[in-house]
Design a binder for this molecule. Sequence first.
Ligand code: CU
Length: 498
Amino acid sequence: MTETSPTVDQVVAAPTYMADIRFFFRPEDVEHMAVRGIELGTYDGAKRNALAIYAHTTQPGGDMPKDEAGKWSAARSQTFRNWIINGFPLGTATPVEPPTVAQPPTRLRKDITTLSDAEFDKLKTAFTGIMARDPAAPDSYFALAGHHGLPNSWCLHREDRFKPWHRVHLRVFEDALRSVPGCEDVTLPYWDIATALPDRLQYPPFDEYVLPTDPGATLKPPLAGYFPYTTQRFPATDIEQNVKIYGVLEDTATSLAQSLWGAYNVNGYQKFSIQAHDSGHGSIGPTMGDQNVASFDPVFWFFHCNIDRLWLSWQTRAGATTLAGFKTTVGPNTDWLTFPPFNTLDPYTETAEQTIEADASYDRLELGAPLAGAMENLSGSMDAARTFSFRSASPVSVRVKGIHRLNIPGSFVVSLLADGEPIAKRFFFQPNDPQACSNCVKNGIVNIDFRMSQEQLLDRTLTVRIDVPRHSGEIGTAFPIAQAGNPTINARLLVGEA
Ligand SMILES: [Cu+2]
């Protein structure tokens, strides 16, 4: 990987995988051993093969790596030995300086509020250009939005390939913008959702989109209800309020502090960034909150550009901007990343592993606070060989676990109530008829995680409620919990290695 260890070559008494050991293996070493079926590039691989690694790399006599420059120093071998003796601690990532890229990506994406008037005019020309194309043309706005929503619904949400799929989706859309005459160098700007909805997105062609044809008509059976259709958004002040109510910025901050990419639906960067994404969708409007049509609202592209920027921010913090670096943050299962057909991103030809090294750069990444210290790797359970301690500041994870989302007719809101008063809410983004969405069906059972402080919960009675905002019939929007697959509520005090 291009990232290098923050520690100089000296013995580390209490090394961890994330802070020290993962930097000991060069991409060429990992590749070289992978062909022999020996995995060095992940935590599990390094742990499993630790004794053999130690024997083959320790001098004198160690025969790996083959080249003189790659030989391990006595200090490195001792550090590795300490890691084995201490029981292979995983630890947390120590944010490293952004790697210097030999050739920075040519596409620089900027904050939409900072575009010059000329740049903004060009962006308008590009959007207007693709919106005016025949909806049947593959590079029309209608067709490209239809990759994500109706009629194709190829988008991968709530699964491991969510971020890779959307990274390609954005680039393909940007390519279409660039195919408009005079817009060859245009890039898609982002809207930083931590700031109010920019004025610039509240006027044509960015305020709304009128569907030129029925996106449900070509489905078998046809899906009614989306034609005629004009995208709808909440007023900017409501959006700002919703972003707060749904904890979008909290989940984003939690995601950026994670050491590990994590497993889908369970932990790590993924878990909290997907939650923040979903809640962002729900904050913006009825169209953005409905997976069938969200991508037709022009704000979708600026919102998702920001999601991609946040992903690159996390990658940079966690030392995960290269494929080798990224793999050190992923758990034992990397099939979704590298093993066909589990890594495909239909309809695009790229596979998940090809999206890790970003093809665009951003004028600003979120590299704030955690850069000063370690990131976190908190969990509700820990290897008995490791030491941990409870602190009064330890957060509590309240997980609403096992929600059968396919039973729920549309996007929904999960609220955590203490003594009957909502203390936190999260929005879950899905189509109105999730049973008809094949990607949804593959991940039908989901969890929502609330990360709370102990004071918010102590001596209070906790309950959960599910609402479906688009249903506001006689009984209101409440959805019977029992019909959502009888989810359980798990509360766990989160601990890290002491
Ligand atoms: Cu989205």
